[in-house]
Design a protein around this ligand. Structure first.
Ligand code: FE2
Ligand code: FE2
Length: 442
């Protein structure tokens, strides 16, 4: 699902960049397709250029209802002149105005707003209502024009975007057509949109020739680590159990981290909403620690509570550096890894848990960037340079860590990115953060 928040955009972009080599080979070459110019109001044209079996004086595509019944019937597209060949024009026009149906057909992909449509055909005095996909297919007959192919793909539930050459287009392929289209392939945990090359044969049959995931959002992950956290390895009967035991310990440490951060923000006079967001994040981390303990137990892990050595209240520069490294880098990357796990873990429970946790971690990442925006103007130029340097070092450290070998059991069961995937994720992440660091504090 699209988001206007820069952090969400960065995470989605990095995820799809890192996924592309896995799921799409070299990717779909969209440049070979002819883009589709939009009709009025940015809509994909369905009737203009269609070649029906029998010509008509007038054709109108009308949206009649959504399942909630809330839609007002409206003409989306029309071709020809209404009742131009009618002997009794007023009666003909009245009949067209009143045309409706209790059935209807869908055009394109549909997630949450799914209006039904009818096609009204007028020849002479005759007014015909087509209200099923089969009736429409019979009307346009053999697929012998690009518009026919677009209509066939849309009736099959694919969205063919107009004026968006990367997501919608058509081209002839012998006596058939290829259509570039998209559809949502998952609408919850993760939300995923896939690009297709569809083959549409002369008989109107639609089949998928190539696919590529172009957008995926789930939610990430290990949270913010407090300064003074003492190292301790998770233990367990299996590597996966030990891994989740360690994650549970780190999530519990994040509760501490946000408690401390809230108090430090108050000490330095931060605006109240930032303090409130830090407290809310701490409550999220309590929940994360609980679910990770359960996952640890499921895989035979033994959880140990974190031990943190208290530290004195940091200077504003120390707070900014801690925020830049633990928040803007580590927690943001944690959100990304969690999105990955929410998608690739074999265990459906792990996928569900990681997806939810990732969503929270992405919110915590946004808080870090908001703190960054608040704190920077309060620092001297030299202090700001040191914060930037610390952030760069944290990004390099992440890339270094990503080169390590990952236990195959963690890749399979916990959905951890393997070495090659982690290398891509961390590199794309570092590039995106460096490129976007100036504008992500919203
Ligand atoms: Fe967390
Ligand atoms: Fe977090």
């Amino acid at each position: 699902m699209a988001s206007s928040n820069p952090i969400d955009k960065i995470l989605l972009r990095v995820l799809s960049l890192s996924l592309a080599p896995l799921v799409g080979g070299c990717g779909i070459d969209t440049s070979v397709f002819e883009p589709i110019p939009c009709a009025s109001e940015g809509r994909t044209p369905y009737l203009a250029g269609a070649e029906p079996v029998a010509p008509a004086d007038y054709m109108e595509l009308r949206m009649i209802a959504s399942p909630s019944g809330a839609t007002t019937p409206s003409a989306l597209e029309s071709v020809g002149e209404k009742c131009s060949g009618a002997a009794d024009r007023p009666a003909c026009e009245e009949e067209i105005a009143a045309a409706t149906s209790t059935k209807g057909f869908r055009l394109g992909d549909c997630v949450d707003y799914c209006p039904d449509h009818i096609l009204i055909i007028n020849t002479g005095d005759e007014v015909t209502v087509l209200d099923t996909p089969d009736a429409v297919r019979a009307w346009f007959g053999p697929v012998d024009a690009p518009a026919d192919a677009v209509l066939a793909a849309s009736l099959a539930g694919y969205t063919v975007r107009c004026s968006k050459p990367d997501e919608g287009g058509v081209r002839p392929d012998g006596d058939a057509y290829e259509v570039l289209a998209t559809r949502y392939t998952a609408t919850c945990a993760p939300i995923e949109r896939t690009l297709y090359v569809l083959g549409v044969d002369a008989g109107g049959d639609v089949h998928e020739l190539e696919t590529e995931v172009i957008e995926s959002e789930s939610g990430a992950c290990v949270g913010r680590r407090p300064a003074g956290l003492l190292r301790a390895a998770g233990r367990g009967a299996t590597p996966v159990g030990a891994y989740f035991a360690n994650v549970a310990r780190l999530e519990a440490a994040s509760v501490w981290a946000f408690d401390v951060l809230g108090r430090e923000l108050v000490h330095h006079g931060a605006p109240r909403p930032l303090v409130e967001r830090a407290r809310a994040a701490g409550r999220d981390e309590v929940r994360h620690a609980r679910v990770m303990r359960r996952l640890a137990a499921r895989y035979g892990g033994r959880w140990q509570p974190p031990r943190v050595e208290p530290r004195p209240v940091p200077s504003l520069e120390e707070l900014a550096i801690d925020n830049a490294t633990e928040g803007c880098v580590r927690e943001t990357y944690g959100a990304l890894v969690g999105m990955w796990q929410g998608r690739f873990a074999r265990d459906p429970l792990v996928r569900r848990v990681m997806t939810r946790v990732a969503r929270d971690e992405a919110r915590h990442a946004k808080l870090s960037w908001a703190i960054d925006v608040w704190v920077r103007p309060r620092l001297s130029a030299a202090e700001r340079r040191r914060v930037d340097e610390a952030r760069r070092e944290a990004l390099s450290a992440l890339e270094e860590e990503a080169r390590r070998e990952v236990d195959p059991a963690l890749v399979v069961h916990a959905g951890m990115p393997g070495r090659e995937a982690a290398r891509r994720l961390s590199r794309n992440f570092a590039e995106a953060i460096v490129a976007g660091a100036a504008g992500v504090g919203a």
